[in-house]
Write a new protein. Sequence first.
Length: 363
Amino acid sequence: MAFFELCQVNNFAKTLLYVEVPAYYVWKNNRFERRKKGKDVPGYLGIKKDQVLACRALGLLEDDASWDRTLEEACISDSPYKTRELFAIMLVFCHVGDLLKLWEKYRGHFSKDIRRQVERDGENVDLSDMAHVLREAKVIIWDECTMAHKKGIEALNRTLQDIRGCNRIMGGVVVLLAGDFRQTLPVVPRGTRADEVKACIKSSILWPSVKVLSLTINMRVHLQPNSKAEEFSKILIDIGNGNIAEEDGRIKVSYIGCEIVPELITLTDKIYPNIDKAGNNCSSWLKERAILTPTNEQANCINNFLLEKISTEQVRYESMDTVTEEEDAVHYPVEFLHSLDPPGIPPHILHIKIGAPIMLLRN
């Protein structure tokens, strides 16, 4: 009780722990009294900043360097969950001087797995205008769902259950999934055929709850009678059903309603004849032409090939790539970032010319 009574009347005592009181007070007459005698250090004028740094470097002062190194090593070898667990042990059992400083330095690694989960599941729309639409919706139509990853439909299921407050599949709302599995399946970067099948919505835990309805009439061909279009549509169905023999990943058909060209230069001359003479005001001419490719790499190759044919001056632009977290700079050097070519983002080195079409990306 004497310690608490001392703290009530002495502001300095409030700054001390109980074990530190004997260094400044003596026990006399059943109470703590301030020490009156001390030992001076002759010639000592005070503490200077450089002296503190020197003592700390010599290990004469207590600091958080050991805890800092412990967390730094843990971030290299342990998972974010384990490093959070280690930090919690430090909070409870260790005498760390500046916990906030350590938290600010390593919180990026502490939350890596949580941020990945948030990015995978999507942002919380519970309080947005979209949440109101999803609560009131009677039916949701998802077109071309066969191209979507199964995690997308599973994330939609969880979102609808949370927003609508219903544990039934899709929160009790009817979801119409439209698509054709004969077309492109989900694209898995650098994945195998098995990876694409695994990512398909048919591999989802929700697929057994799906009722399949088949549409058998091609209305676009039916409403516009055309013998060639009808024959072409039948060939597409046969290709999708696997009725045409395959050899080394290729199929041979007798007629597909188009002309086969042997090389790239023939294709570009056919689609973009005399592109170097089209002039600057050729927007309508360009809008009538297009070359479709299965990969972005092939599209970039064709774009660069056509760009070389345009005779105007070429301008070169380079992107600036940086990492958001300083501790990740060692693992992701700038040269590595320059080598990445993610879809939807211009390449690191961009070449443009007057007269060449440019697609502007809205941020």
